[in-house]
Design a binder for this molecule. Sequence first.
Ligand code: SAH
Ligand code: SF4
Ligand code: F3S
Length: 439
Amino acid sequence: MTNVKKLFVKTYGCQMNVYDSERMATAMGASGYELTDAADQADMILLNTCHIREKAAEKIYSELGRLKPLKTANPDLKIGVAGCVAQAEGEEIMRRQPLVDIVVGPQAYHRLPAMARQADSGAKVIDTEFPAEDKFDYLPRGPKMKRAPAAFLTVQEGCDKFCAFCVVPYTRGAEVSRPAGRILAEARDLVERGVAEITLLGQNVNAYHGSADDGDWTLAQLIRALAKVDGLERIRFTTSHPNDMSDDLIAAHGEVDKLMPYLHLPVQSGSDRILKAMNRKHTAESYLRLVERIRAARPDLLLSGDFIVGFPGETEADFNDTLALVNEVNYGQAYSFKYSSRPGTPAAEKTEASDVDKSDRLARLQTLLTTQQKAAQDGMVGRDVKVLFEKTGRLDGQLVGKSEYLHAVFANCDAARIGEVVPVRIVKSVRNSLAGEVI
Ligand code: SAH
Ligand code: SF4
Ligand code: F3S
């Protein structure tokens, strides 16, 4: 097999990039490339990048710099940049780093195999168009290979919210939902490959409104239809905007057994003044009332959130409002970030540069969030949960997987049960996971 080429893919950023990387690998597979874990053996290296914060974007250039010796050793090596940095910076990437052969934006992945062929004949190739078609339908699915029991499935892409700090509406484009029938077909295909849990992905997933035979479906309608797929045990979705948390989706949390009791619902700040400046279009109070309604539908729901500290103009009083909101909500999981000014976003124009010590605020917020997360995790000890075992653990005889609440759980169990949802009693809370015993 002399003409099998090797592809090395490195993925940065959010879960949608994980999903996209897998689809790109499948598309390239149909063009004779197989995946390798060794960059130094690759005929093509693809970096699937993230532009969300300055650090994430700059990391790509240092990574590209590190690839130089590989290109020197093998001049036929092709290097591609995909993802949100590709979309945001386009040909600027090739100017800054001439070893790059391919720049491909997130809406053009179906054209990657053709671009690779052009690159092989010595061309520099860029595609950052936003075509109207559904890029996923141009990506072949590949042979029915067994795969890991938990999978991502993109149902919606792009965002029309334009939060003042965020690059996503520019890198992923306008909000587009995939037709419900195609999602159901893809879900059935995943289940045939051994998948038991699907996480529906979208930058604004709860704004989903994909077409179906009987009109546009909401995310709740899609979830109810997916729940009828035999062999699919668990459904999750991420990420949601508070303003798109509709009544039928809240109700689904109480009614659909396969929908897991975990919700990622970013709030960003607890100060109405800052929320307004962020163009979030909700208040701290409306968020709190929403959380109340969701918890009324599903009392054991574990809530997760995103926070930004040091947004331009954020005062100590604003920051204290964020701490107060966190205290009132009590998060089981959270992600928090220092504000990073992103070129082209409305907030980047603001002159009221926050001269506050962002690191100090982040540390204070994280101390509080970590306390809440630890309490939620420790509170699982003694409880019986259901764990979808995903792989073998660190120690012999151990398997690891996720509980309904997305806690990592490990327990002694026969490897034949990977892919099964197993009742487990939690016996101990350790640093970032729970120890359990199969019941
Ligand atoms: N709705 C999106 C959010 C993507 S960005 C989704 O699908 O996940 C994830 C998080 O990064 C945001 O919720 C926000 O908290 C953070 N973030 C976005 N832009 C940022 C910026 N300029 N600086 C710091 N954090 C940012
Ligand atoms: Fe970005 Fe806001 Fe859209 Fe989320 S909702 S992707 S934070 S613009
Ligand atoms: Fe990053 Fe793009 Fe995802 S900017 S967070 S990879 S949508």
